[in-house]
Design a protein around this ligand. Structure first.
Ligand code: ATP
Ligand code: MG
Length: 210
């Protein structure tokens, strides 16, 4: 079993969107996948409760479920959605449980500053220093034509963690959030353009999972 933690202390950076979609992608590949919602706001769990029964199954794990418990349930991929403001012991505990960490960030000065502080904290952890935990960034709500997109590139230049994907800003994510769906549940006519943007993320997850 592999555990993907989706985290960034910055609120609204796109954690739940990334976590639910990662879960949806594994489900669409018929893998046993579970979402563990560690956020008391419960956005991830209420999204899962809205998920129509006929779509590929995503299981739910209670907050606090350990790696061992998840493994015993036969889960292949555990996706942990985490709360805004995550730091200190709680962050350390969740990082300890994870094999992969994806950090979403939006191209705004506020997000970049907060993300920098978050990554500085993460870099201190032994698992990260010893490269037992794979860490990557994903740009959310990205519009390549904007000045802030350029600033994001400058911010990330020389950074030690790779930026592996840019996801565009689109109402499709907002509608999926409302309906308990992901892009991977949509027909090609509605999903294809965005599926392509996910390819580097899913490739990264699989590669790190070997
Ligand atoms: N690529 C995108 N295009 C359009 N809207 C997006 C995109 N990514 C995220 N959003 C929207 O931005 C909002 C914040 O995203 P999300 O809830 O995933 O962030 P979060 O980090 O989980 O927030 P919180 O810190 O409150 O848990 C949501 O309304 C979501 O639907
Ligand atoms: Mg969230």
């Amino acid at each position: 079993m592999r555990t993907l933690l989706v985290a960034n202390a910055k609120g609204g950076s796109g954690k739940t969107t990334l976590a639910t979609h990662a879960a949806g992608w594994f489900a669409s590949r018929r893998q046993r996948v579970a979402l563990q919602d560690e956020d008391t706001q419960r956005s991830g769990s209420s999204w899962l409760a809205r998920r129509p029964i006929l779509f590929p199954k995503i299981e739910a794990l209670k907050p606090g479920t350990s790696r061992k418990e998840a493994r015993e349930q036969g889960i292949a991929w555990r996706i942990i959605d985490s709360p805004a403001g995550l730091h200190g012991e709680r962050l350390r505990d969740l990082v300890k449980q994870a094999d992969h960490l994806l950090v979403p960030l939006s191209p705004s000065a506020f997000d970049m500053e907060a993300t920098q502080a978050f990554l500085d904290a993460v870099t201190e952890y032994k698992a990260v220093r010893e490269q037992k935990l794979a860490v990557a960034l994903v740009a959310m709500r990205f519009d390549a034509r904007t000045r802030s997109a350029q600033e994001l590139d400058e911010f990330l230049y020389g950074f030690e963690f790779p930026l592996i994907a840019h996801l565009r800003e689109t109402q499709v994510y907002i509608r999926c959030a409302r309906d308990g769906l992901t892009l991977f549940d949509l027909p090609p006519s509605r999903g294809k353009q965005d599926w392509e943007q996910w390819l580097p993320i899913t490739a990264w997850l699989i590669k790190q999972g070997v």
